[in-house]
Design a protein around this ligand. Sequence first.
Ligand code: UGA
Length: 427
Amino acid sequence: MAKQITIIGTGYVGLTTGACLAYLGHQVVCIDTNVEKIAELNSGICPIYEKGLPDLLAKGLETERLSFSDTADTKLLQNEFIFLCLPTPQAEDGRAELSAIYEVAESLKSFLSSKAIVVNKSTVPVGTCKVISQIIGREDIDIVSNPEFLREGSAIEDFLKPDRIIIGANAIEASDRVAELYSNLESPIIQVDWASAETVKYATNSFLAMKVSFVNALAAVCEAVGADIELVAKGLGTDNRIGSKFLQPGPGWGGSCFPKDMQALVRLASDSGYKFELLEAVVDANAQQFKRIAEKVEKAVGKSLEGVHVAVLGLTFKAGTDDIRNSPAIAVSKLLSELGAQLNFYDPLVESLPEELSDGIVHDSAEKAVTNTEVIVILTEWPEFKDLDWIKFQRIAKSSKIVDARNLLNPQTLRDIGFEYASLGRK
Ligand code: UGA
């Protein structure tokens, strides 16, 4: 049955959640204080780059199941479900910054209708639902934790076909009512308590980051012992207990979630008296991976990088998104720049450089970025990089060297063209 839902926050999670819940048949209004963004959304303009989202937005507006408001009109707060999709950035001490959530909880509490459910989707430390419940302080209102597992670039698919839906509540009736919102989906629903739901979120991201760091380390071992990481990852991932996803070596993990959530879990554990050394080591290993890639570039060039022109293909933290937050491509580029390299960037979705790379130049084509450079470094796995005119690039680059930090290209093809080609853990 269609439910009345209010979503607070129209960032990545709020927008995807709102558009998908409307697609599932519910009546959804999304609230955000950003007046311009709301005006854009109401006229069908999608503020973020996300496959499938503009279509769902258009459908939602057309069917009038989805609407947007820049004011938290008290009427809008009287819907049966209030979803909190608010930012929880990393504070300086590594903990998650929760003021946005607490302020909203405080401002809502007297307007909620009796029997409403406040559903938290923001990524929060264990114990946050309890605090929200204390702030709201009403026995007729339930708080439910319903963490998101949306990847940028495939958020819609992840929402509509999730591996599982986690619902954390301290009352089964509230948990069942939230589960009903997803009754059109076929995925298993796991109903747990608040703390367990909140932990699953951090545990999932941390485990995935650990998996990526593991395969990156394994790629280094493969190089040392003469094995091939692609064959090793295939052999490893075919074991059902391990699984084949998140075994792609690269320049390290990044994005707006993994780094912040790893730090938050390390911090949460130490605040609770447990030193999570395993995760601390993963965080260190990721920083080492950035260095390893920079060293590979230095090795490929065969001399100091001082004054050397380098082409960097890719700036986003992974393909399929325009997001450069905590991008490994930026971390590696920064190291290259510190070693004196002159950086020439190309990324299909990035037009300007962050402050820390302002010495570099962004080009509007890979060809321009590559021209007259001594080494080409691939840092994001954009599929279109495979189809670049590598024969021409071999001519226009000053020397024929590639460091493919995403194992994107075929080594033999590139060597046949005449490149000195280096990648991660491949023969
Ligand atoms: C991640 C999680 O995958 C989502 O489930 C979660 O909801 C989201 O964080 C969040 O907490 O909001 P996302 O940040 O979009 O999603 O990025 P991922 O696709 O997980 O990739 C993270 C990083 O790992 C990227 O830098 C990517 O390039 C890297 N990676 C991933 C690899 O290097 N190799 C792999 O095999 C997979």
